[in-house]
Design a protein around this ligand. Structure first.
Ligand SMILES: C[S@@+](CC[C@H](N)C(=O)[O-])C[C@H]1O[C@@H](n2cnc3c(N)ncnc32)[C@H](O)[C@@H]1O
Length: 224
C-alpha cells in the first residue's frame, strides 16, 4: 500500500486544491499532481524547497513556510496532507498547526495525516541516527485525542498500513535518509559499522528486492 493509493480510496483528488505540508523534496506532491490535484507544496527547509521546485512542474505552488503559519488564504484548500511530517512540527505549536488547518480548509474540507509508528525495520535502522520514539508516540496520541474530542475535526477513517521503500544498496539509504540531515550524518560518521550492520540485518530480501518496512497510520478527518 502507498500513501496516495490509500488516500485516493477515500478522496477524489481530481481538480482539488491540495496542500502537501512538510513536502520535503516533493515526492508525494508529484504523485498528488498525477492524480489531478492542484498542489501547493509547503516546506520549512529552504534547501528542500529548491529540490521540490526542481522536481515539480510549474503548475505546483512550491512555498517556503511552516505548518503553524501557513502561507495559504482562508478557506482556500479542499485537502491538507501531512505525510510523515506532523511529528516533525514542535509539540508546542501543534495546536497552532491544527488551527491553521481549520483556517485554510474550505467548509467540509479534509485533513489527512499519515504518521509512522515507532517500530518496524525502517525504524530499527533510522533510530540509530535519530530516535523518534518520543515524538512519534506523542503525535499518535495527539491525533487519537483529536479524533475522540470531535470538536474541530471529525474522524472519517483511520487505517494502518505498511509503507515499503526500496534501498538497493546501503549507499542509497545513506543518501536518502542520512546525508540529507547534517545532525544524522554526524552521528553516522561516529558509528558507521554498527549502523551498516543493522541495515544489513533489517533489510528484507525475501522477495528478491531490498526493502525496509515502515508501519504507519493514516488519520482522515473532515473539518467541522
Ligand atoms: C520526514 S520528512 C517528510 C517529507 C515528505 N512528506 C515525505 O514523506 O517524503 C518531514 C518534513 O517536514 C518538514 N518540516 C518540519 N517541520 C515543519 C514545519 N513546522 N512546517 C512545515 N514543514 C516542516 C521537514 O523539513 C521535512 O522536510
Amino acid at each position: 500500500m502507498g500513501h496516495i493509493e490509500h488516500l485516493t480510496s477515500l478522496f477524489d483528488l481530481a481538480n482539488k486544491a491540495v496542500a502537501d505540508i512538510g513536502a520535503g523534496s516533493g515526492v508525494f506532491s508529484a504523485q498528488l499532481m498525477r492524480e489531478g490535484a492542484r498542489v501547493s507544496a509547503i516546506e520549512i527547509d529552504s534547501d528542500k524547497v529548491e529540490m521540490a521546485k526542481a522536481k515539480l512542474s510549474s503548475a505546483a505552488a512550491v512555498l517556503e513556510g511552516r505548518a503553524e503559519d501557513l502561507p495559504l488564504a482562508d478557506g482556500s484548500q479542499d485537502l491538507l496532507c501531512f505525510f510523515f511530517s506532523f511529528h516533525h512540527i514542535p509539540h508546542e505549536v501543534h495546536a497552532e498547526a491544527l488551527q491553521e488547518a481549520s483556517r485554510v480548509l474550505k467548509p467540509g474540507g479534509r485533513l489527512h495525516v499519515v504518521e509512522p509508528f515507532p517500530y518496524g525495520s525502517m525504524f530499527d535502522v533510522v533510530r540509530m541516527v535519530e530516535d523518534e520514539t518520543e515524538v512519534r508516540t506523542r503525535s499518535h496520541a495527539l491525533l487519537s485525542s483529536l479524533a475522540e474530542e470531535g470538536e474541530a475535526f471529525n474522524l472519517i477513517d483511520k487505517t494502518d498500513y505498511t509503507l515499503t521503500r526500496s534501498y538497493p544498496t546501503f549507499q542509497d539509504f545513506l543518501e536518502q535518509i542520512v546525508r540529507v540531515d547534517p545532525a544524522r550524518n554526524c552521528i553516522f560518521e561516529n558509528n558507521r559499522i554498527a549502523i551498516e550492520d543493522q541495515f544489513d540485518r533489517a533489510l528484507d530480501c525475501s522477495t528478491g528486492g531490498h526493502f525496509l518496512h515502515q508501519p504507519c497510520a493514516a488519520y482522515h478527518f473532515s473539518v467541522i
